[in-house]
Design a protein around this ligand. Structure first.
Ligand code: CAA
Length: 263
């Protein structure tokens, strides 16, 4: 499907969704959020897509946040509807059953950082910058920034970013634990794609089980998390991938994971 505000490409099991409003630094307006929601539905229903990569067009921005033109028109009731709509898209992203990498190629501010944090992990170009600048607009983050950022980097570091609205560099974001890897700007997509293809070659059922167990386990106590892991471990043995992976090891060959269930 063709979009106005997104570019979608797929190769070797990896789909890339590129946010594409370069004149507004890829800010999230309603059209972009609607199209992103539609694109995520298509990812879920397309078994050929094993890993998703998100990035921004134009070399300057990943996403510079919610569209401030739309924010400026809100009152309290409209703000609630507005944020519910956007948050439902971010939740859909966070709950995708496949791994998602944010390839942050420039500004990841406000809703942009919130999208990146809803991915499984972040690679960043050395020129990227990160922040939750909502305080400078007299508001607060609405797509998860007050919740995901403290869980990611601890409450003290998160509050400093949230209270000041300051921007930090890719290297500082890596030091804080927001970013896994910082690359030269010219090699970001090559490094992200190498990582994505590596994951795409793994078993779909096991990838999904790891994602669900890690994400759900983070909000429960250790004993409950370990019980979830036990159940997910056992369920993996309903997959053809578990048979293939163990057989391939014993036969000293490379596993060929198809992603299906055993008959
Ligand atoms: N919404 C709408 N338009 C935006 C935008 C945004 N978030 N960010 C940038 N733009 C537009 C600018 O208005 C400008 O448009 P014009 O050329 O038509 O004037 C264009 O993008 C280029 O931006 P700048 O000229 O400002 O570029 P710069 O390099 O001087 O500055 C910047 C870049 C520091 C990112 C600056 O644009 C900026 O501060 N943007 C706003 C960032 C922000 O506050 N984001 C949070 C939004 S609130 C939010 O996200 C709430 C939430 O949690 C849901």
């Amino acid at each position: 499907m063709a979009y106005n505000t997104l570019v979608v490409t797929t190769a070797q099991g990896v789909q890339t969704i590129t946010f594409n409003r370069p004149k507004a630094l890829n800010a999230l307006n309603s059209e972009l959020l609607n199209e992103f929601s539609q694109a995520l539905e298509e990812v879920v229903s397309n078994e050929a897509v094993r890993v998703l990569v998100l990035t921004g067009t134009g070399g300057k921005a990943f996403v510079a946040g919610a569209d401030i033109n739309e924010l400026a028109r809100l009152d309290t009731l409209k703000a609630k509807v507005f944020i519910h709509r956007g948050l439902s898209v971010i939740n859909k992203l966070a709950e995708l059953p496949i791994p998602v990498i944010a390839a942050v190629n420039g500004f990841a501010l406000g809703g942009g950082l919130e999208i990146a944090m809803a991915c499984d992990f972040i690679y960043a170009a050395e020129n990227a910058s990160f922040g939750q600048p909502e305080i400078k607009l007299g508001i607060i983050p609405g797509y998860g920034g007050t919740q995901r950022l403290p869980r990611m980097i601890g409450p003290g570091a998160a509050k400093e970013l949230l209270y000041t609205g300051k921007m930090i560099s890719a290297e500082e974001a890596r030091r804080l634990g927001i970013v896994n890897t910082v690359t030269a700007a010219g090699t970001l997509m090559d490094e992200v794609m190498a990582c994505a293809r590596e994951m795409a070659s793994k078993g779909r059922v096991a990838l999904r089980a790891i994602k669900q167990t890690v994400n759900q386990g983070l909000s429960v106590d250790l004993a409950s998390g370990l019980r979830m892991e036990t159940d997910a471990f056992a369920l993996c043995f309903a997959s053809a991938d578990a048979k293939e992976g163990t057989a391939a090891f014993l036969e000293k060959r490379k596993a060929d994971f198809k992603g299906g269930l055993t008959d």
